[in-house]
Write a protein of this length. Structure first.
Length: 132
């Protein structure tokens, strides 16, 4: 294979790849995700579950504009109460992160029985890969 042949192959691949790359960087709205887990006593699954169901947390979490989905889970093996959000787009997620609703949720969680103050909250924010 000559250098010229390699240049032609590279050019052909770039022509087919660039439109895909451009679509990924376009200004179209893309769903975003936020996953956050709060430390709780891992031996208190029944109590944590009862508290979550009795609290106003679920209503507060779902009340944000642009929140299209929220799931709440508890891991008794590690002691994490987690929430996974899907937002319609980046603007909605950014708006939620600065909202009074999120501050309300943080207050509810900070005063929860069986919350473990010795550990830190873990948070992940990113693009929701709805094609996977």
């Amino acid at each position: 294979t000559t250098l010229f042949d390699l240049a032609i192959m590279l050019s052909s691949r770039l022509r087919t790849s660039l439109p895909k790359l451009a679509r990924g960087m376009a200004t179209e709205k893309r769903p975003m995700t936020r996953f956050v887990q709060y430390p709780f006593d891992k031996t208190k699954m029944a109590e944590v579950r009862e508290w979550v169901n009795a609290s106003d947390l679920k209503n507060v979490l779902r009340s944000g504009p642009g929140v299209s989905s929220v799931e709440v889970s508890f891991c008794p093996g590690e002691g994490w109460l987690a929430a996974r959000y899907i937002f319609d787009d980046l603007d909605d997620m950014v708006g939620f992160l600065g909202s009074p609703m999120l501050e309300d949720a943080k207050k509810i969680l900070a005063t929860a029985p069986h919350q473990d103050p010795s550990r830190q909250v873990h948070e992940f924010k990113g693009f929701h890969l709805n094609e996977v």
